[in-house]
Design a protein around this ligand. Structure first.
Ligand SMILES: NC(=O)c1ccc[n+]([C@@H]2O[C@H](COP(=O)([O-])OP(=O)(O)OC[C@H]3O[C@@H](n4cnc5c(N)ncnc54)[C@H](O)[C@@H]3O)[C@@H](O)[C@H]2O)c1
Ligand SMILES: [Zn+2]
Length: 522
């Protein structure tokens, strides 16, 4: 894999690139040096004589040539390379982007008078100008796979090697960016931020004994201030009363604004703990360790938090992005089969939203996934998280494309609610909802019968129900989750299309009922 070193001037990109490349046996490249060769002048001279715009254009061109190479390498980028959105996206796609950091004082010490640094020469004084640049570029620097503080003693190499073996998935949201780590055994090395004044570990009474207690013990042994909150398990307890219990225990323990909330559990725990964190003292940091497949592929990524009200699910909530997500696949070993199957329905949903290629991969792995094979689950989790990261970074607040993630959910919520609490799992209901959505699409004269059969077959192989027609009654239709997705009087229904081609289709609830009742044929 390719490694790109980013960060401000003085962070040590060139020297670190040389050291890393040597240790990894790869060539070390330096973007500025190559620009100087190509431009026939020093970077400073190009800036002075041709201006910044011309420099950036040259930079993009040289970067393009380097990325077109066929080998792997370590590349020291320029301080401003990642500010360009398109270049940043290409780099993130093409390799591991590491942002090197140092304190402002240290950077200042390293760049000295800054005479050779064109962007510093302009400012009122070097330190002020450096601070301004850091501030302007903070969002671009935050979109990386790894931060590295160059003032710390620890060696970068083992951390890089670990990242290459199991690359974190970036959710790129400017300064709210975070990384999702996926792998077996990660809970054992999970570390809250070093500057957290205390850690509130939230789990439920199923997950606590199995997985969370061990984390609490380890943090305790390490001398961290830990408070544990154990909630009653299940959707029935996704209530304001439980959120209040989290708030209460945090306040009783006198946690302050620098505290860190660690949610360890399924989607109910991660949604509620993140909501509590988003409101506690107007917002404290939260990290999520999803332990159900559904929470790994869906609930823990994207920043939606909340709890249920009598009138419906998730009716009160916030957008509050976590600072990190750790999906330890080992925890899936204790997850009940029905819960695994429920999560697999969301995996199918995300594959369907993604592309033909990803659906084919899922069809190839279906038997292994149904059996709980860890390697197959890891690929499925990674692909689903990557898709959700992409969608969320395009539309964090669900103004548009994020609505696609509701595929199968409008009708699914109807099946789930009509069956009664706990009688039909969420994913099982979504499986039915996706198939029913295929029928709606055909009633509109658009879908293909083969597509519907293909989806049904895949869901069946994963142990999911497909018999939605026998469950459809007036009761189901009365529960359709049309309110929350309603805009301008119509529900934003998701038509599945073929893989990679789902789309939003505004429709009246009555027309939806009619379409579902239209004869489908075998
Ligand atoms: N925020 C979002 O974007 C988003 C997206 C999708 C779903 N959700 C929410 O997620 C919730 C559903 O998530 P869920 O299915 O994880 O529900 P859940 O948290 O209730 O977990 C399901 C069951 O599995 C148990 N469990 C979890 N991990 C376990 C493990 N490793 N071993 C043994 N038992 C384990 C739980 O105790 C619970 O009984 C819903 O409330 C839904 O609204 C949120
Ligand atoms: Zn769902």
């Amino acid at each position: 894999m390719r490694i790109f070193l980013s960060g401000p001037m003085g962070a040590g990109k060139s020297t670190t690139a040389l050291r890393l490349a040597q240790a990894l046996g790869l060539p070390a490249l330096d973007l500025d040096a190559q620009i100087e060769v190509r431009g026939g002048a020093t970077v400073a001279a190009i800036f002075r004589d041709r201006g910044e715009a011309a420099f950036r254009e040259l930079e993009r061109e040289v970067l393009g040539q380097i990325l077109a190479r066929s080998d792997d390498f370590v590349l020291a980028l320029g301080g401003g390379t990642v500010v360009d959105r398109a270049s940043r996206a290409r780099l993130l796609e093409d390799g591991l982007v590491v942002t090197l950091q140092a304190s402002l004082d240290e950077l200042y010490r390293r760049v000295g008078a800054g005479t050779e640094r064109p962007l510093l020469a302009r400012g009122p004084d070097v330190a002020t100008r450096l601070g301004e640049l850091l501030h302007q570029r903070a969002a671009a620097y935050a979109e990386c796979h790894l931060f590295w503080d160059t003032e710390q003693e620890e060696a970068l190499l083992p951390v890089i090697v670990a990242c290459l073996v199991s690359p974190p998935i970036l959710v790129p949201l400017g300064e709210r960016s975070y990384r999702v780590r996926v792998g077996a055994g990660l809970l054992a090395s999970m570390e809250p931020p070093a500057d957290a004044s205390g850690v509130l570990v939230v789990s439920d009474d199923n997950v606590h004994g199995l997985w969370a207690a061990e984390v609490v013990r380890r943090l305790d042994d390490a001398g961290r201030r830990v408070v544990q909150v154990v909630l009653p398990a299940g959707e029935a307890h996704k209530t304001l009363a439980q959120v209040e219990a989290i708030w209460q225990q945090a306040l009783d323990a006198r946690l302050d604004r620098d505290a860190f909330v660690w949610a360890i559990g399924g989607g109910v725990v991660t949604d509620m703990a993140a909501f509590a964190a988003s409101t506690l003292m107007r917002g404290v940091r939260v990290g999520l360790a999803p332990t159900s497949l559904l929470a790994m592929v869906d609930a823990a990524v994207g920043g939606k938090t909340g709890f249920d009200m009598r009138q419906g699910k998730n009716l009160v909530g916030t957008f509050w992005q976590p600072t990190e997500v750790v999906a330890d696949l080992r925890t899936l070993s204790t997850l009940p089969v029905l819960e695994r199957q429920s999560g697999l329905a969301e995996v199918v949903k995300s594959a369907w939203l993604d592309s033909e290629q990803v659906v084919v991969a899922l069809e190839r792995d279906a038997d292994a996934l149904a059996a709980g094979d860890l390697a197959a689950l890891e690929s499925a989790v990674r692909r689903s998280v990557a898709l959700k990261a992409r969608i969320v970074s395009e539309d964090e607040r669900e103004a548009g494309s994020r609505a696609l993630l509701n595929l199968g959910h409008t009708l699914g919520h109807g099946f789930e609610a009509a069956a009664g609490l706990g009688a039909l799992g969420h994913g099982q209901a979504v499986a039915l909802g996706m198939l029913a959505a295929c029928r709606v699409e055909r009633a509109l004269g658009e879908g293909e019968r083969d597509t519907e059969h293909r989806l049904a077959h895949l869901l069946q192989r994963l142990g999911l129900p497909t018999n939605w027609e026998e469950r459809l009654d007036a009761h189901v239709l009365s529960f359709l989750d049309v309110d929350k997705k309603r805009r301008g009087g119509r529900t934003r229904f998701i038509l599945p299309g073929s893989p990679g081609h789902a789309r939003v289709h505004p429709i009246e609830a009555s027309a939806l009922g009619q379409a579902l009742r239209s004869p489908g044929g075998a």
